[in-house]
Design a protein around this ligand. Structure first.
Ligand SMILES: CC(C)(COP(=O)(O)OP(=O)(O)OC[C@H]1O[C@@H](n2cnc3c(N)ncnc32)[C@H](O)[C@@H]1OP(=O)(O)O)[C@@H](O)C(=O)NCCC(=O)NCCS
Length: 369
């Protein structure tokens, strides 16, 4: 690949220089870089930086890849790194990666650098670029989407972790003839303060919600609706919370926590699962802690998410399924305007190999009450 300087939107991609060494050390010794770039030496020393400038980056170029420093176009100061590596010439495919130094984050540097290098790589003859993020690396996934990459799947246990263990890696891909981005998202972000009617508020579920989620999802009446109907282990709940933001970005499920505005306490969960985007249908699931029930809070929360789903997300039909004997959630659905459509016999796996019925409710935008 040709080593030309690339001018991007507010960034310059240029070869590394000896006077980048101090910034490289400061950037690579940052906790976030250490967390998400497991392959880098830790601690990252001046010798490591000198090796990268003098040997590592030139070797990437020699192998057909590209290793650029991202610099400020006005001062030329080092801001981060972006590169294309792991070239498969026969497939005209490679992998793109990046990191940004702490002093330059949150102002579009990674997005601009990724867009610029992606365009250059396609102009140089590549047709497919892969980008891998860890599921909890939300900032990087937002960069991928902003730069036109699309979610392709999960590579199970593909990411070895410093200190042992492995994590899943999410694969994002852009093809040479894909639009430049941002990639359309099925589930947009909530407004900055979440959704609220002044009494309850809904905010995205995050890694700090493990205790609440675990209490909710191990309640017998919630377990009965799970597939299979078994309580999750703590590790499964942790994983669900850790990947909630990513599932939202990918467009599979908007996982929400219900907060009592008066106390600021969280006591319930609501999930909008976009199970059939092709036909505009999404599923609603909900659960509240026992001592939160009977105050109308879930009805309020369901109304908030229903309005968001229809008016902002663009869902055309919402549905929910309940066990026939579980009447409280059916009452909540009816208050919001959902209509009972029937019973699906033997719909779900029950305990010990049995099958259980599910009562199906659905709501169209005009049914809302
Ligand atoms: C990922 C990284 C490169 C992003 O760099 P950046 O220059 O700040 O990225 P941008 O400003 O272009 O975009 C960052 C996006 O993430 C969002 N973001 C930043 N921190 C976030 C966080 N903790 N949680 C959620 N979103 C976050 C920003 O709001 C922005 O999204 P938006 O434009 O939709 O609002 C930087 O955080 C980094 O170097 N991380 C460590 C190394 C790494 O993870 N590299 C990628 C490995 S796959």
């Amino acid at each position: 690949m040709e080593r030309q300087v690339i001018e991007g939107d507010g960034v310059r991609l240029r070869p590394y220089r000896d006077d980048d060494v101090a910034d490289l050390v400061a950037g690579c010794d940052d906790p976030l870089v250490r967390q998400f770039l497991d392959g880098l030496p830790s601690p990252y020393t001046e010798a490591d930086a000198r090796w990268w400038v003098g040997e590592g980056a030139p070797a990437v170029w020699a192998n057909g890849g590209m290793a650029y420093a991202v610099a400020d176009p006005d001062s030329d100061r080092f801001l981060g790194a972006v590169g294309v590596d792991r070239l498969v010439p026969m497939r005209r495919q490679a992998e793109i990666g990046y990191w940004v130094a702490p002093w330059a984050r949150g102002r579009g540097v990674a997005t601009a650098a990724t867009r610029a290098l992606t365009g250059h790589a396609f102009a140089s003859g590549l047709v497919r670029l892969e980008l891998f993020t860890r599921e909890e690396n939300v900032a990087s996934q937002r960069v991928a989407l902003a730069a036109g990459y699309r979610h392709e799947g999960v590579r199970r246990a593909a990411s070895p972790q410093r200190g042992g263990g492995r994590r899943d890696s999410i694969a994002w891909v852009r093809l040479a003839d894909d639009p430049p981005g941002p990639t359309h998202r099925l589930l947009p972000d909530l407004p900055p303060n979440g959704l609220t009617d002044g009494v309850v508020a809904l905010r995205p579920t995050g890694a700090d919600d493990v205790d609440l989620m675990h209490r909710l999802h191990t309640l017998p009446e919630v377990v009965a609706n799970r597939v299979p109907p078994e309580p999750p282990g703590r590790a499964e709940t942790e994983r669900r919370c850790r990947r909630a933001a990513s599932s939202w970005l990918i467009g599979t499920v908007a996982d929400l926590v219900v907060v009592d505005v008066a106390t600021g306490e969280a006591g319930g969960g609501l999930a909008l699962r976009y199970d059939e985007p092709l036909t505009g249908q999404a599923m609603l699931g909900a659960s509240m802690l026992p001592d939160w029930r009977g105050r109308g809070l879930l009805t309020r929360a369901v109304r908030l998410v229903v309005d968001w789903a229809f008016d902002t997300v663009g869902v055309a039909r919402l549905w929910a399924g309940c066990r026939p004997e579980n009447v409280a959630p059916q009452r909540v659905l009816e208050k919001v305007g959902f209509r009972r459509e029937g019973v699906q016999r033997g719909r779900l796996p029950g305990p010990e190999g049995t099958r259980v019925d599910s009562v199906i409710y659905a709501l169209l935008p005009t049914d809302r009450s």
